[in-house]
Design a protein around this ligand. Sequence first.
Ligand code: COA
Length: 153
Amino acid sequence: MSAVLKSVPEFVPMRPEDVDAVLAVEQGAYPFPWSRANFVDSLVAGYSAWCCRVDGALVGYAVIMLVLDEAHLLNVTVAPDWQRRGYGTLIMHHLFSTARAHGARRMFLEVRPSNLSGQGLYDRFGFGKIGRRRAYYPAIEGREDAVVMAVDL
Ligand SMILES: CC(C)(COP(=O)(O)OP(=O)(O)OC[C@H]1O[C@@H](n2cnc3c(N)ncnc32)[C@H](O)[C@@H]1OP(=O)(O)O)[C@@H](O)C(=O)NCCC(=O)NCCS
């Protein structure tokens, strides 16, 4: 009899020693990536930061800020080679259960109007548009607005 072993993604809290690998993925995933200081500051601030690993490989990560009954999704990223295989969905499920376990009742985020993959993922989780921040992000030419989205948890 042969057994087929399927790798199960595991979620582990992001540690300072993960930041080099996280930053390498970040720089490959975004035209305007977070800086090392953004990740270090998030860890120092005690934000809920997670690495998603498959057989030890860093597949993705996420950072959320939990304040009272609100969760703010600050970063969710799947490494380019691992995208479109369901890991973003798994990470979002993990973030929803983490946020609920901390008593959050609503989750907020900002996304670029040009980011179709992000918006596709957020639509799937029931996020609705609640506002727009003008010229929020740096862009190739000038600045780009942010769409503000929220969902009840
Ligand atoms: C957004 C992101 C996290 C999605 O991760 P993923 O592992 O590819 O997502 P999944 O495979 O779970 O896909 C979930 C849904 O997201 C949407 N989606 C994902 N990639 C997409 C793409 N390239 N174009 C349009 N929709 C996309 C689809 O609705 C998809 O469902 P489907 O495959 O059934 O059509 C990933 O594309 C990423 O890291 N992008 C770069 C960083 C980023 O933009 N993060 C969001 C910042 S706001």
